[in-house]
Design a protein around this ligand. Structure first.
Ligand code: ADP
Ligand code: MG
Length: 347
């Protein structure tokens, strides 16, 4: 049986990207159709995510981050109803751990209202331990705003490290947010940043489009889109190695890859931006081996530049494992070798 150990982990929040990821996934889980991410000083002073989702039920306030309650119940999360759920994730979050980690790493507060409470909302403040310190009635519409101020302020070494690399880290967060914005159809997504006197500048936004294509146009521009062609592949590959004995009794895996990819431009010539986004069942994730396979195929046809790739791998939940890294960003594909061979042939 999958044990509690599997969902226990030390570090959910390791960098700026994990903060943005956890907050945005909570908003998506809450059914938000509008999500605004606000940075101050590229995230060093503030990362704040506002949504118009379900809001948090007052019954859950104590539970959001109450360490005592959580340890009594082991990792509380309102999204996990049974351990079986771990093998078939329908929502992004399932640890009930992200927000409590944030309390230890920064000043964290939430303002939240369910539909029937608006225009009254509750502002929740938490102790370092994650315990609810204070609630206060404030004005607010339906939805949730989660604010993370002074990330890593209690870990001076990590804070200095982040300050030193903030340009690069901020770039990484933007790439991740691009991916969420592009894959999230019917969600109006916007990102703003305040640096010095340039206040609340819109970094990018989407319009709540029905298609990923329109989202890509909003994020990367019509010019990028015009260089793309639809990507639609159906793959079948055989399980191999030790995993064969686990899922499906040796049945072959089936997989659909949907998205958009650069039109190959052969030889020297026009170049498309080097932007590559991968998703597994609409969850943004890094798939370095897969990226390598795409790039190799393009290269083998003498295509000068690595392609723009937006690829959603729609596959059986038992064909991969999201629990390998605490922050769930690394996904382990079972039978990756067979998958990649099959992918290269199809491409
Ligand atoms: P998880 O997402 O794994 O359940 P989190 O620590 O990220 O754990 O969040 C704890 C709980 O707080 C969630 O299960 C959910 O009930 C509530 N929550 C957090 N963010 C939001 C949000 N933006 N909208 C509604 N509920 C939220
Ligand atoms: Mg979560």
């Amino acid at each position: 049986a999958r044990s509690v150990h599997q969902i226990q982990s030390g570090q959910v929040i390791v960098d700026l990207c994990s903060v943005a990821k956890e907050l945005v996934e909570n908003s998506l889980d809450a059914g938000a159709t509008t999500i605004e991410v606000r940075f101050k000083n590229n995230g060093l002073d503030l990362i704040e995510v506002q949504d118009n989702g379900s809001g948090i039920s007052p019954d859950n306030y104590e539970n959001v981050d109450d360490a005592a309650f959580r340890s009594a119940l082991k990792h509380y999360t309102s999204k996990l109803s049974s351990y079986e759920d771990l093998t078939s994730l329908h929502t992004f979050g399932f640890r009930g751990e992200a927000l409590s980690s944030l309390c230890a790493l920064a000043d964290f507060h939430i303002t939240t209202a369910q539909a029937h409470q608006a225009p009254r909302a509750n502002r929740l403040e938490f102790e370092i331990s994650g315990k609810l310190r204070k609630t206060q009635i404030v004005a607010g519409q339906k939805g949730t705003t989660a604010s993370v101020e002074g990330i890593f302020k209690r870990l001076p070494v990590r804070r200095r490290e982040l300050e030193k690399n903030i340009k690069r880290e901020y770039g990484k967060v933007l790439n991740l947010l691009h991916a969420y914005a592009c894959i999230s159809t019917d969600v109006k997504f916007s990102v703003r940043n305040t640096v010095g006197k340039t206040k609340n500048v819109v970094v990018f936004s989407t319009n709540g489009n029905r298609t990923t294509k329109e989202n890509i146009t909003n994020v990367y521009g019509a010019k990028t889109l015009s260089a793309l062609i639809p990507l639609e592949l159906e793959l079948e590959y055989e399980p191999s190695g030790p995993m064969r004995h686990l899922g499906g009794g040796g049945q072959s895996h089936q997989l659909v890859i949907k998205g958009h990819i650069s039109r190959p431009v052969f030889g020297e010539g026009r170049q498309t931006p080097d932007r590559q986004m991968f998703f597994v069942n609409s969850r943004p994730c890094g798939l370095p081996q897969i990226a390598k396979a795409f790039n190799e195929v393009y290269k083998s046809f003498n295509v000068s530049q690595s392609p723009f790739i937006f690829a959603d791998f729609q596959m059986d939940t038992n064909a991969y494992d999201v629990n390998v890294s605490p922050d769930k960003r690394t996904i382990l594909l079972h039978d990756a070798g067979a998958l990649i061979e099959s992918l290269k042939v199809s491409l």
